[in-house]
Ligand binder design. Structure first.
Ligand SMILES: Cc1cc2nc3c(=O)[nH]c(=O)nc-3n(C[C@H](O)[C@H](O)[C@H](O)COP(=O)(O)OP(=O)(O)OC[C@H]3O[C@@H](n4cnc5c(N)ncnc54)[C@H](O)[C@@H]3O)c2cc1C
Length: 407
C-alpha cells in the first residue's frame, strides 16, 4: 500500500497553488466571502471563477458525459483542499444536491442538474428541516399532493441555508398523506422561482456583529421557506415516489464528503500555529515557548490529522461506489467536536482578546477567533447533530439495539 498522493496528484497540487498565488488577490477573496454570505459575485470574483472553470476544476472527478473531467476523487480532494484553504472556496464538486442527483436521478435530471451545477447555472439549497423536525426528519409534514401530472406543495421549511440565492431546493416532502415516519416521503427538485414560494431570512448569531472574513464556521443567515399551493411538474421527483428517505439520507452522506468539510475544523489548528509563529507581539511569541501551549497545539494538530484521514476514507468509499454505514456519522461527530476543542484552546491560549467579537475595540485578528468559537458549537448541530450521529454509530457501526423509548 502506498499511503500517499500519486505523483500526478502532487503535480496537480503544485499547479493549483501556483494558480491561486497568481490569481487570488484580496479583492477577489473579499468578494467571494461577501457572495457566500448573500451578496452577488463582484467582477473580480466572477473573473476568478471563470478562470477556474476554464481549467475544468469545478467538477474534476465527475463523469465526462455530464461536463466533468472524469479524473480521480483524489484529484478532486487536492483541488478542494487548496481552494478551501486559500479562500474558503468550495471547488471540485462537493456541496448540496448534485452528487445525490448523480446517484439517484434519471438521465434527463443528470443532464439538467449535474451539468447545470458544473456550469453554475443550478445552485441547490437543502429543504429538509421543519419547525417541528430537524433531528427527527422522519416527522416531515410538508406535503406534496399528486394531481394528474403535477405535485401541489404546501408546508414550511426552516434553516434553509442559501435559499435566498439558490435556483432550486432539494425538498423532502410527504407524498403519501396516510404514511407515518420515514415511509411515504419523497424528494422533489423544485425551482425556487415558482409562484407560492416565500423566503424569509432567519439571522444567526454570526450576523450581529458580522463575522469577519476568515470565519470558516457558521452562516450569518439561513431562511424560512413557505410553500403555498406551489404546483410543480411530476418530473421534479428524484428517484421513486415514497423512496425519499433513502434518497435524502444518501444525499446527506454525499454532501458530507469533501476536503472542505474537514478543513472547516482543521484550518483553526493552522491559524493558531501560524499566529504563534508570526505575531510580532513579544507576549504572543513568548507563548510559543510555553510547554503547555506547545503540548496543546501538538495535540490538536494530531486530532486534525484524524479528521483528514476520516475524510479520505469517505472519499475512497464514495469513489468505489460503496455505501456508508457509520463512517459519515463518525466523521460528523469527530470533526465538529474537534472544532470545538481547537477553537476553545485557541481562545484560552491567546487570552481574553481572542474571546471578543468583531465589534469590540479590544478584539484580536478582527474577532475571527471568537466568531469561529461560536460557529464551532453551531457545527455540532447543523447537518445532523452529534448526539444523533452517535446513536447511528452505535446502531449501524456497532450493531447495538435501538434505544428504548422514554415512557
Ligand atoms: C447554521 C445552520 C444551518 C442549517 N442549514 C440547514 C439547511 O440548509 N437545510 C436544512 O434542511 N437544515 C439546515 N439546518 C438545520 C439542522 O440540520 C438542524 O438544526 C439539526 O438537524 C437539528 O435540528 P433542530 O434544530 O430541530 O434541533 P432538535 O431536533 O430540536 O434538537 C435539539 C437538540 O436535541 C438533541 N436531540 C434531538 N433528538 C435526539 C435524540 N433522539 N437523541 C439524542 N439527542 C437528541 C439534538 O442532538 C440537539 O442537540 C441548519 C442549522 C443550522 C444551525
Amino acid at each position: 500500500m502506498r499511503f500517499a498522493f500519486s505523483d500526478e496528484d502532487e503535480a496537480l497540487r503544485r499547479e493549483v497553488r501556483d494558480f491561486i498565488a497568481e490569481n487570488l488577490d484580496e479583492k477577489a477573496a473579499q468578494e467571494l466571502y461577501d457572495a457566500k454570505h448573500g451578496g452577488g459575485y463582484g467582477d473580480d470574483a466572477k473573473a476568478l471563477l471563470a478562470k477556474i472553470d476554464a481549467k475544468g476544476w469545478n467538477a474534476v472527478s465527475w463523469p465526462t458525459e455530464y461536463g466533468g473531467q472524469g479524473k480521480s476523487r483524489t484529484a478532486q480532494f487536492v483541488i478542494e483542499e487548496e481552494f478551501y484553504r486559500a479562500a474558503q472556496l468550495i471547488i471540485g464538486g462537493g456541496g448540496t444536491g448534485a452528487p445525490a442527483v448523480l446517484a439517484s436521478g434519471n438521465e434527463e435530471q443528470k443532464r439538467e442538474f449535474v451539468t447545470g451545477s458544473i456550469r453554475r447555472e443550478v445552485v441547490f439549497c437543502q429543504g429538509y428541516s421543519e419547525p417541528q423536525c430537524g433531528t427527527d426528519l422522519a416527522g416531515v409534514r410538508c406535503r406534496a399532493t399528486r394531481v394528474d401530472d403535477t405535485y401541489v406543495i404546501n408546508g414550511q421549511k426552516i434553516y434553509t441555508t442559501h435559499a435566498q440565492n439558490a435556483t432550486h431546493i432539494f425538498l423532502l416532502v410527504r407524498t403519501d398523506p396516510d404514511s407515518t415516519r420515514s415511509r411515504g416521503l419523497s424528494i422533489l427538485l423544485v425551482p425556487m422561482d415558482m409562484p407560492g414560494i416565500t423566503v424569509r431570512p432567519l439571522w444567526t448569531v454570526q450576523s450581529d456583529p458580522p463575522a469577519p472574513i476568515g470565519t470558516t464556521y457558521g452562516e450569518p443567515r439561513t431562511n424560512e421557506v413557505f410553500f403555498e399551493d406551489v404546483v410543480v411538474p411530476a418530473s421534479c421527483l428524484l428517484g421513486e415516489e415514497g423512496d425519499g428517505w433513502a434518497v435524502s439520507q444518501r444525499g446527506l452522506n454525499l454532501d458530507r464528503v469533501g476536503a472542505w468539510r474537514y478543513l472547516i475544523s482543521v484550518m483553526r489548528d493552522e491559524d493558531i500555529v501560524n499566529y504563534l509563529k508570526s505575531s510580532e507581539d513579544p507576549a504572543v511569541r513568548g507563548k510559543a515557548q510555553n510547554d503547555g501551549v506547545r503540548d496543546k497545539v501538538a495535540e490538536i494538530w494530531i486530532e486534525g490529522q484524524v479528521c483528514r484521514l476520516m475524510t479520505m476514507r469517505s472519499i475512497s468509499i464514495e469513489g468505489r461506489g460503496g455505501t456508508f454505514t457509520y463512517e459519515g456519522s463518525a466523521e460528523k461527530v469527530w470533526a465538529p467536536e474537534h472544532g470545538v476543542r481547537t477553537t476553545e484552546a485557541i481562545t484560552q491560549i491567546l487570552g481574553p482578546g481572542a474571546q471578543l467579537l468583531s465589534d469590540s475595540p479590544d478584539r484580536i485578528e478582527k474577532g475571527v477567533y471568537a466568531h469561529n468559537l461560536m460557529g464551532a458549537y453551531q457545527s455540532t448541530v447543523n447537518h445532523g447533530s452529534v448526539q444523533v450521529k452517535r446513536d447511528q454509530i452505535a446502531r449501524k457501526g456497532l450493531g447495538m439495539p435501538r434505544p428504548r423509548k422514554a415512557t
